[in-house]
Design a protein around this ligand. Structure first.
Ligand SMILES: *[C@@H]1O[C@H](CO)[C@@H](O)[C@H](O)[C@H]1NC(C)=O
Length: 488
């Protein structure tokens, strides 16, 4: 009974509940908020861009130029996100999770000041820099916030606490939309305060976060600070017995010491892993190009993709990964084909718009049933412990770069192709389903090494003169990594 993540237990550790709120509000809330915030003041921002250009450079802008700059303002957020997420791991290690989150708030505050002053200074460049800084802030948050929470929770609450990151992200999106209405901050005079709102949120976290202890796990494993660990744990978890967790952490540390962690370059250059890496890359690129971001504005699906992959991976556990991918993308291809037809008939047949809506819904549904969960679980399933960090960094980079590129290109594409834009996505979904069908073995219930072996078997036939194949690049490290993984 004691092991249940009940409300009772959560009330037993009030500081943990406080930690959830404090890190959440300054955490993934910011992500959701910044993803959604640009929509409502878009007209005012475009006006400012045009005014800046006219007054300062004497160049009134045309519609398409304005669209291009607008897309850039929205998407440069992702470039910052990439930088932030690449910095986050090192910073989190060096300064600790708490310090890292604290300093990160300063970035958001600087961004907010730039946003608030941009209109008075008649400078859309300030919005650009601020969006970039918000991106850096968010990139750090998406890495360190879940890390801090999961590390600070006792084992039986880890799942519950981890899911709150998704909750706060949705909350952020909701707030951005709420504050963006005309009655609140969505007006000609007040829109800069809407864009600067994140700064006040960051200010809140800057003053409340010092009340929380550093992540106990970090104190014990990275700092070797037994005393600090015990103090932090007592404060966070109350007076319950935590010897099991402590033992596990120490055990894990011993195991991880012997594993050589490979870099992204080593991952990309590894011959035995070539097809595994290619499959992962193709699948992550596919998420961007399959059109899901086009049908769910503000990349709404992404949050859940990012945070609930674990749950989905469990839910889809019994069906083969390969079948799910092919089925999911296959269904999407069919709906996209039909969508092109219904969108073209929209003006001639009265009830066609309803068909389009149903098809869009079906498309999202096929995506979330198959590809979204599977793609995220690929990382956990395909790589041994020694390659996992590199795998995550690679996937994360593809995600941010992809969001940027799609965010830049898609608005222009829609303008020119209109209802035919789904044909492009159709091409990519079919290509992907084909790639998976030909090049990826079924990997259900296999360990990373078995998966790599399955890939090798599948491709050794087609590769001529590959030389004597090393047994799937099995080094001592990887065997150890596997052992470690099954134990954890
Ligand atoms: C930009 O401003 C100029 C001058 O005020 C105006 O003529 C033009 O229509 C504006 N461009 C757009 C796309 O609104």
């Amino acid at each position: 009974m004691k092991m249940k993540p009940s409300l009772f237990l959560q009330l037993e550790c009030p500081l943990l509940v406080a930690a959830v709120f404090i890190t959440g509000i300054g955490g993934t809330f910011q992500y959701g908020f910044n993803i959604a915030v640009m929509t409502s003041p878009s007209l005012f921002i475009k006006e400012l861009v045009n005014t800046t250009s006219t007054e300062r450079y004497g160049l009134p802008l045309e519609e398409w130029q304005l669209t291009l700059i607008w897309s850039f303002l929205v998407s440069i957020f992702c470039v910052g996100g990439l930088l932030g997420s690449l910095l986050a791991v090192q910073m989190g290690k060096k300064y600790g999770r708490k310090q890292c989150l604290l300093m990160n708030n300063l970035v958001a505050i600087v961004a907010a000041v730039l946003m608030i002053l941009s209109k008075r200074a008649v400078s859309f460049e300030m919005i650009m820099v601020a969006r970039f800084l918000y991106g850096v802030n968010t990139g750090v948050i998406l890495t360190v916030h879940p890390m801090y929470l999961v590390e600070s929770a006792p084992k039986n609450l880890r799942g519950t606490v981890g899911v709150t990151t998704a909750t706060f992200s949705s909350l952020g999106k909701f707030f951005a939309q709420l504050l963006g209405i005309k009655e609140l901050l969505g007006t000609e005079d007040l829109w800069v305060w809407l864009l600067g709102f994140s700064g006040f949120v960051a200010l809140f976290q800057l003053f409340t976060l010092p009340l929380l202890p550093e992540s106990p796990r970090y104190l014990l494993l990275n700092r070797g600070d037994q005393e600090g660990f015990e103090r932090a744990v007592k404060r966070l978890w109350g007076s319950r017995d935590y010897s099991v967790e402590t033992q596990e952490m120490l055990q894990e540390k011993i195991e991880l010491q012997d594993i050589k962690i490979h870099s992204v370059m080593e991952l990309l250059q590894s011959r035995p892993l070539r097809w595994v890496v290619l499959t992962v890359i193709v699948n992550f690129v596919a998420i961007q190009l399959c059109g899901i971001n086009a049908v769910t504005p503000n990349s709404g699906g992404r949050v859940h993709v990012m945070f609930l992959w674990g749950l989905q991976a469990v839910a889809v556990g019994s069906i083969g990964r390969k079948k799910l991918l092919i089925g999911g993308y296959g269904c999407m291809a069919v709906t996209q084909m039909l969508l092109t037809i219904t969108l073209n008939l929209q003006d001639h047949v009265k009830w066609m718009p309803y068909c389009s809506i149903v098809l869009i819904f079906l498309s999202i549904f096929s995506f979330s049933c198959g590809p979204s969960g599977v793609t995220m679980s690929l990382l956990a399933e395909f790589f041994t412990q020694s390659y996992k960090p590199a795998g995550y960094a690679l996937a994360c980079s593809i995600n941010w770069v992809g969001l940027f590129v799609v965010g830049m290109v898609f608005p222009l594409l829609v303008k020119h192709l209109e209802s035919y834009c789904f044909l492009i996505f159709l091409f990519f979904t079919i290509a992907l389903a084909t790639f998976v069908g030909i090049n990826v073995p079924e990997t259900n219930n296999l360990s990373p090494l078995e998966i790599q072996e399955a890939f090798r078997k599948m491709h050794s036939k087609t590769e001529k003169g590959g030389g004597p194949a090393t047994p799937c690049g099995t080094t001592d490290n990887e065997i150890h990594g596997l052992k470690c993984q099954t134990k954890l």
